[in-house]
Design a protein around this ligand. Structure first.
Ligand code: 5AD
Ligand code: SF4
Length: 448
């Protein structure tokens, strides 16, 4: 995943994503709904399910609040500024409701599952608040017959698009000091292998060419002696292109790393959050591994896929982080030579252990450390990206041509590429890389 939020280097995915491009034609008088997604890919996936419920209930999806009868905010709770962003949207919706435009507002996702949602509901008069485990209640709210409660993984993902997310597990059994996810998403639930394979087969039959296996700790998936690597291998036999996220270093097996290098259909891109390079901090964070073990995993990956891309998550300014700890992180960043990273300033989340740990790092120190880590990552990424210049790449088109003629694609090594082509999403073009920045490669115009 690359950093996509404008002007906010610490963000992990776009803080708010626009609705799907494929929308049914809007019939006059039809009810309209606008769905906004904040946060991680898990939420993007949940929004797809919400979207299908809403469309099934006869709503047409519209891109803006002004056109919508119903607005659904599918939210993220991981960092504090995410809540502030949502507050901003709720404020605007209150105004639109007063003007008689928007009629109903629903809040779903991680904020909905947190205590804070009671206060938000009262303050902004939200009509429906749902957590992450009871999105089925939305069906009732929008006028569909009530579904039985079922845990998230049994609900199928996006259908028919060029690319689709397939959730293979939800929740998380770790208890990282800073993280709210286990509280709002619950403990790990793994989806049965047969159900996953059936869904992948169906998606591929219907034209999906890129499958992303999804889970908070996706590589922790297991079932009756089968482990994530076995599942990945089987999916890689069925899907023409496959990727997975997010992994945990303690679950990541060497054989999975080697499989990434071996299987043609797996994109050679690994997102493996390290969080810190200091063993002392890793212990305080309860990450369950030491920096050396992480380094060894990276060696295996680099060996298996020498041109592959590696990304990570790093938190700076966790309570108790000293200058020596920070130096250790910088050293790890240098040693691993990441291709990209999400660098987060520590944000205290109510209900997490770290929120109560003394030893807050002053804001100016956090800011300096943040920039130091970010700069080092960018330098390394830039150096690695420049090595691709002159290489002819098969580029999978992820986002079709923009008004300026440029499409955004991805190489088999997981690099993002800007390429001038009218090739539709889901197709491949072959083009030579002519230049590189720290975040993206630029290709010569392809022949076709
Ligand atoms: N403060 C800062 N970053 C956090 N993350 C999770 N919780 C926090 C927090 N309280 C980051 C971690 C995680 C990513 C999804 O978000 O780096 O891997
Ligand atoms: Fe949060 Fe840690 Fe679980 Fe990741 S592994 S979701 S950081 S508790």
């Amino acid at each position: 995943m690359s950093d996509t939020s404008k002007g906010q280097p610490a963000a992990m995915v776009p803080l708010s994503t626009k609705p799907a491009k494929t929308r049914p034609v809007r019939t006059p008088g039809a009810k309209t709904a606008c769905i906004r997604t904040f946060g991680c890919q898990m939420n993007v996936h949940d929004s797809d399910r919400i979207r299908r419920m809403v469309l099934d209930a006869g709503y047409a999806e519209v891109p803006s609040y002004e056109e919508a009868d119903l607005v659904i905010l599918n939210t993220c709770y991981v960092r504090e500024n995410a809540v502030d962003r949502v507050r901003g949207h709720l404020g605007e919706l209150t105004r639109l409701r007063r003007e008689g435009r928007v009629k109903k507002v629903a809040l779903t996702g991680c904020i909905g599952a947190a205590q804070e949602s009671t206060e938000l509901q009262r303050q902004y008069g939200i009509d429906l608040v749902l957590g992450t485990h009871n999105t089925y209640e939305l069906a009732e709210f929008v006028g569909l017959p009530t579904m039985e409660e079922t845990y998230t993984p049994d609900l199928p993902g996006t259908q028919g698009d060029n690319s689709a997310f397939v959730t293979i597990m939800t929740g998380c059994n770790y208890q990282c000091s800073y993280c709210i996810v286990p509280t709002v998403r619950g403990r790990m639930v793994c989806r049965p292998v047969e159900s996953i394979l059936e869904e992948v087969e169906r998606l591929v039959r219907n034209g999906t060419s890129y499958i992303t296996l999804l889970g908070q700790t996706v590589d922790a998936w297991r079932e009756n002696g089968l482990k994530f690597c076995d599942l990945l291998e089987r999916v890689a036999e069925i899907a023409p292109r496959i990727w997975f996220t997010t992994s945990h270093p303690s679950n990541m097996e060497d054989r999975t790393l080697r499989l990434i290098g071996e299987k043609e259909t797996i994109v050679k891109r690994l997102h493996l959050p390290v969080q810190s390079g200091s063993d002392r901090m890793l212990r305080i964070m309860h990450r369950g591994y030491k920096a050396e073990r992480y380094r060894r995993k990276i060696e295996v990956f680099r060996d298996a896929a020498p041109d592959g891309t590696l990304s990570t998550d790093i938190i700076v300014g966790h309570p108790g982080e000293t200058e020596e700890d920070h130096e250790e992180t910088l050293k790890l960043v240098e040693d691993c030579s990441f291709d990209s990273a999400y660098v987060f300033k520590f944000s205290p989340r109510k209900g997490t252990e770290a929120a109560g740990i003394p030893g807050r790092v002053p804001e100016d120190v956090v800011q300096r450390r943040f920039l130091q880590v970010l700069r080092k990552i960018e330098q390394n990424a830039f150096t690695r990206n420049r090595r691709r210049i002159g290489v002819h790449e098969d580029i999978y088109i992820r986002h079709g041509q923009r008004p300026d003629g440029v499409a955004i694609g991805e190489t088999w090594n997981g690099h993002a590429v800007h390429v001038r082509t009218g090739a539709p999403e889901g197709h491949y073009v072959t083009a030579e890389i002519t230049s590189a920045g720290p975040h993206v490669l630029y290709a010569r115009d392809p022949k076709t």
